[in-house]
Design a protein around this ligand. Structure first.
Ligand SMILES: Nc1ncnc2c1ncn2[C@@H]1O[C@H](COP(=O)(O)OP(=O)(O)OP(=O)(O)O)[C@@H](O)[C@H]1O
Ligand SMILES: [Mg+2]
Length: 277
């Protein structure tokens, strides 16, 4: 039996006009650094409660895009709205709703983990307690450690906690798992997935397709400042036209008919071979 399986194609392809309840809308965003066009007229929407992945190689424009959405970098052209607020005109109000993990986080080496969380909390009128944040990132036993005594994965988790201090509804994570071993990466994935369960919207950048596929509800692929594709992970794989052929032997008494297999959404073609199925 041979199955050529195919994911459903682009059923949820994004349109520039947007759909659903968008927490972020980006239209015709452009940013140059001298002669370099870092972001070249991109448009997309981020839906409330989803994990949105910006995927792309080094220099694609991911960080620049994120920093403009966060209100810490100013675009040359385009319109960005966060929760309905124009990020240029209402920057402070928009920033009160967001949490940011930068690509590289500088930590105060003299402060313990708990003191760091307390300090960042003191910048906001309403902040989550350090103990609750420590529990969120499973770092309670390191509460008294200093940043230089943390492993790379623990530092990344602390950086994530700092992005959550003001209990934001929208969280930006710039390459949250870069440099981590597979186990630390998985732990961070779980933490990020829990944020979505709690109703937060997460925007993250990554170089890794597997990470985008495992975490993101929708992905925009950025290359040289342009969005070259945007869709659900399944839709993107389908658009690539990638098919996998699966061959197998079905035990007697556990027979699946070829017609049943053909009826499955992900199956493009099913054939019987050599009398078996
Ligand atoms: N402050 C800056 N001054 C000049 N050029 C910059 C600056 N920041 C970024 N660039 C350029 O803009 C382009 C996009 O950079 P950006 O940091 O947004 O990419 P990225 O997708 O985040 O890359 P990476 O995966 O390496 O983090 C690159 O060509 C980069 O060299
Ligand atoms: Mg970057």
């Amino acid at each position: 039996m041979a199955l050529a399986s195919r994911q459903p194609v682009g059923a949820e392809t994004l349109s520039a006009g947007g759909q659903g309840d968008s927490i972020v809308t980006v239209r015709d965003l452009t940013k140059r650094y001298g002669r370099t066009i870092a972001v070249d007229g991109i448009s997309f929407d981020i839906h409330r409660g989803e994990i949105f992945g910006l995927l792309g190689p080094n220099g694609a424009g991911k960080t620049t895009t994120l920093e403009i959405l966060e209100g810490i970098r100013v675009a040359d052209k385009g319109d960005v709205r966060v929760d309905g607020l124009d990020i240029r005109r209402n920057r402070r109000a928009a920033q009160a709703r967001i949490g940011v993990q930068l690509q590289a986080t500088t930590l105060f080496e003299e402060l313990t983990v708990r003191e760091t969380l307390a300090l960042f909390g003191s910048f906001y009128p309403r902040a989550i307690s350090p103990d609750s944040l420590l529990a969120d990132i499973a770092l309670e036993e390191k509460a008294r450690a200093r940043p230089q005594d943390l492993s790379g994965g623990q530092r990344q988790r602390l950086a994530l906690a700092l992005a959550l201090v003001n209990d934001p509804s929208l969280v930006f994570l710039d390459e949250p798992t870069t440099g981590l071993d597979p186990q630390s990466r998985r732990m961070l994935w779980d933490t990020i997935l829990r944020l979505r369960e709690r109703g937060k919207t997460v925007v993250l950048t990554t170089h890794f397709m597997d990470e985008a596929q495992s975490l993101a509800d929708r992905i925009a692929i950025l290359d040289a400042g342009r969005i070259i594709a945007q869709d659900t992970p399944a839709g993107l794989i389908g658009t690539l036209g990638a098919k996998a052929t699966i061959e197998g032997v079905v035990e007697p008494g556990n027979v699946v008919s070829v017609d049943e297999l053909r009826g499955l959404a992900a199956v493009a073609e099913a054939r019987e071979r050599g009398g078996g199925c």
